[in-house]
Design a protein around this ligand. Structure first.
Ligand SMILES: [Zn+2]
Length: 311
């Protein structure tokens, strides 16, 4: 079993990349699997058409998960299967995602970042919940790999701290894809969904300003690859072939028709539920952003965007 972690900001095409890779006959798309306990608690829709608890694949997985003593209570309390700390933006379980938990996550993640970035020893205990989530994820992946007969499991949980902790837990079994998209497109998507200019620009900048040095420090260069959303949607064949080479898979053209396979993705954006298989490049931000909006982004995040190759 090998795991592939897609690390990116929001609105960067991670659901699309997850589905494309998961369409390979030896792979499976798991979406933002960190949210699995929440999806079970709320019984949200699976991309196969069933609900999380009725999906035949997740039912088989849960039957095996229940055999582990620490997860025996998963039916009563899905959160015993801790896969990481959840901060959902859209599908929220208000009984679990409380203000206190969000505050705890914020403090813990700040300290964990400082520990990973600068090796601050006294902050090591703050990383423990991340490592626990990663160990549980790898155990879950082994079960899913057996149930689906898939060797490569694709996790698009996105967060750089989860990427680093998963990789450090099993460096020989984990590969990391850093997915980037023109920051102005991400900024435009966030504005469209009601974010302020400040939080839209700064959230994008913070993600990559933190992710890049962390991944370079902790992930072996042969185990890390950058993919640009723009290349993926304009030349999907070439990019998927390159990714297959990186993952030790043989490229097959059926990957492009990502609806040709039944996926079992419980969390990700709504395209996981849509029947449309088209890879539709989205460059609407070029018309949508006003010169004023563009100016704001350029002042606050333009330098990093250019560094990533977006002129
Ligand atoms: Zn399903």
């Amino acid at each position: 079993m090998r795991a592939v972690f897609i690390c990116s900001a929001q609105y960067s095409g991670s659901t699309l990349l997850n589905l494309l890779l998961g369409t390979h006959p030896d792979a499976a798309a798991l979406g933002e699997i960190t949210h699995l306990p929440k999806n079970l608690a709320l019984d949200t829709p699976c991309s196969c058409g069933e609900s999380a608890r009725r999906c035949p694949v997740w039912r088989q997985v849960l039957a095996r998960v229940r055999c582990f003593p620490q997860w025996r209570e998963i039916d009563e309390d899905p959160y015993v299967l801790h896969l990481g700390m959840i901060r959902a933006g859209k599908v929220i379980d208000p009984r679990h995602q409380t203000r206190a938990r969000l505050l705890y996550r914020k403090i813990l993640y700040g300290a964990a970042f400082a520990h990973f970035r600068w090796g601050l020893g006294p902050l090591a205990p703050f990383v423990a919940p991340l490592y626990r989530g990663s160990r549980n994820k790898l155990a879950l992946f082994r079960i899913v790999s057996e149930v689906l007969g898939a060797d490569v499991l694709v996790d698009s949980s996105k967060h750089y701290l989860e990427a680093v902790s998963l990789y450090k837990t099993a460096p020989s079994d984990v590969r990391v894809i850093l997915l980037t998209r023109d920051g102005r497109a991400v900024y435009s998507s966030a504005l469209k969904r009601g974010s302020s200019k400040k939080s839209a620009a700064l959230e994008w900048r913070r993600t990559y300003a933190r992710a890049i040095p962390l991944l370079r420090k902790h992930v072996h260069p042969d185990h890390l690859i950058q993919v640009r959303y723009e290349d993926l949607v304009l030349a999907p064949e070439r990019e998927l072939a390159r990714l297959c080479g990186f993952l030790g898979l043989e490229y097959t053209a059926e990957m492009l028709d990502f609806r040709s396979k039944r996926h079992h993705v419980l969390n990700g954006n709504d395209m996981r539920l849509s029947p449309v298989a088209e890879i539709r490049p989205d460059f609407a931000w070029r018309e949508r952003l006003s010169p004023r909006d563009l100016g704001y982004f350029d002042t606050h995040a333009g330098a990093l965007n250019r560094m990533l190759g977006y002129a």
